[in-house]
Design a protein around this ligand. Structure first.
Ligand code: HPA
Length: 246
């Protein structure tokens, strides 16, 4: 056990930014593979930082070891996990730079992320993102004067390609607000492991067909360079609120 109760999964543009100020490495072997984290000390608050795509952004969304991440954090005694996620927006009114505290998800990636593949267990997902984590993000944003959307449905696609306009139109019809390639899988792995998981989505682009422009990873990275610091401010305040909460 590390004594740190809060984990922070930094996605595109945030993981690497935070790695620069992180300290000692923590490696935990699990039955799913190795979990690697670093300790992040933020004033009085501490978090275990997991850079989702690794240093140098080398791990694509479909190759992230979501189960090892969750299992490793459980073994370290982590109770709460906050994450950032770069997303495309299905709503024209939520333009690049919009921050969204996600409230639900559609996991359409088809990935094998359940820890219960060889045993029978059915986990409740009626509160898909942890209410405490969501409240911490919302309170932190309010305290910092950062505007955030309270609620949005995250559609998790497998990628690594971006979606077609018809796929996005279909996601919108079935209730999606945002599209990304990671947070749905991560939410499943974390919740099945008993960790309260909440996600701050950062809109980096209008999803395919919403604004008519072609999509590129460079555009996503550039928007994260512009908006990343606001997301970090919100995440930091939320870590402080969750530290020692229970
Ligand atoms: N689609 C999927 N994942 C993404 C997008 C997108 O438009 N933008 C950032 N991550």
């Amino acid at each position: 056990m590390s004594g740190v109760q809060v984990a922070l999964v930094g996605g595109t543009g945030i993981g690497e930014r935070l790695l620069q100020c992180a300290q000692e490495a923590v490696h935990v072997p699990t039955s799913f593979g190795l979990m690697q984290a670093r300790v992040l000390r933020w004033g009085a608050a501490e978090a275990l930082l997991v850079a989702r795509h690794g240093g140098g952004h080398r791990v694509p969304p479909h190759s992230v070891n979501y189960r090892a991440m969750a299992e490793g954090l459980v073994r370290l005694g982590v109770r709460h996990c906050l994450a950032s996620a770069a997303v495309g927006s299905l709503r024209p009114e939520w333009g690049p730079g919009t921050l969204v505290v996600c409230s639900d998800f559609l996991e359409l990636s088809g990935r094998a992320v359940s820890r219960f593949e060889r045993s029978v267990a059915h986990t409740d997902f009626s509160r898909p993102f942890d209410p405490k984590g969501r409240a911490a993000l919302l309170e932190s944003a309010a305290a910092a004067g950062e505007e955030v959307q309270d609620g949005g449905v995250y559609v998790c696609a497998n990628g690594p390609r971006y979606e077609t306009p018809a796929e996005i139109a279909q996601y919108r019809r079935i209730g999606g607000d945002l599209v990304g390639m990671t947070a749905g899988s991560e939410a499943v792995a974390m919740r099945e492991a008993g960790i309260g998981y909440a996600c701050l989505a950062v809109v980096t682009n209008a999803a395919s067909g919403v604004a008519g422009a072609p999509l590129s990873h460079d555009e996503v990275v550039q928007e994260m360079e512009r908006s990343g610091e606001r997301a970090v401010t919100v995440l930091k305040g939320a870590v402080e609120r969750l530290s020692g909460s229970d």
